[in-house]
Ligand binder design. Sequence first.
Ligand SMILES: [Zn+2]
Length: 303
Amino acid sequence: MIRQPFQLTIGSRLIQQLISLLLLFAISLTLTGATRKPDIVRVPIFGFHDVIDLKDSHEIPPQRPQFDSDYTKQNLYPFLNYLVDHNYWFLSTQDLYTYFIQKSEPIPEKYWNRKPVMITFDDGYYSAYKNVLPILKDLERNYGEIAKVVLFVNSKYMGAKMVGYLPHMSCEELREGYNWGFYDIQSHGHAHQKLTRLKFKALQEDLSLAKTSLRTCLDDLDTRGWTAAHFAYPFGEVSRRVEKAMPQYYLTGYLYDDVISRPTKLRDPYRISRIRANLSTSPGQLIKLAEQATLIHSKLDLK
Ligand SMILES: [Zn+2]
């Protein structure tokens, strides 16, 4: 009779401990399941300008001065070759928008177990036709893969081959690369102006003209309206005012900040990060950055 309360206390303590253990177990299960952190996806987006062929005397000093923003065909080849050889997914601007920013469609199975990258060229230089296209065709021959690249083109200078200036691609040349499936043609403004310094009306005119000119060029080929739907800021310059004018014409905006893009966590689709590649960047350095891309897999949580 005297020992009974004591036994009861021990019994109820054991039960209490068991219950709290079970509760802890249940809570930890809920935490790991329902509130698992969504995956942060890293997509390295590289920005090139003019691509020079060191074997062409017209493209090296003294015939043509070198610019820091140049990249050589001889270095571009091994970089792109590495990406295709390692089964990288060459994103178009619309891919980035649909699968990672809007997340409006699930990532198709053919892209699973691949790392996403985006290769872009600014200004619409003729070299994207003369020096880049042959690399892409070569890689297609060797690997049976089409590596798509993004061209951010200034519509005003399409076909401009002025003395003393770098030559630009014509509408016909753009169409040819587009037809082969190698070019994603997007806007870099009409006249490569510093948009942050334009009055609002002039700003709207530049954005609008850039879009309509490129779409007119690709009109019969682009049935989905994905040409000139995305924009790269000339000189990488953007302001709140420029951003305000953007949504009427474009879905996204690309700048330069030398940071690997995290499109699923993007606060602002008009400030997409890009990494600048220039004369002093080796293919090895570019490959190291590309390797930091997230491997896409079926269980990726993009919320
Ligand atoms: Zn530019």
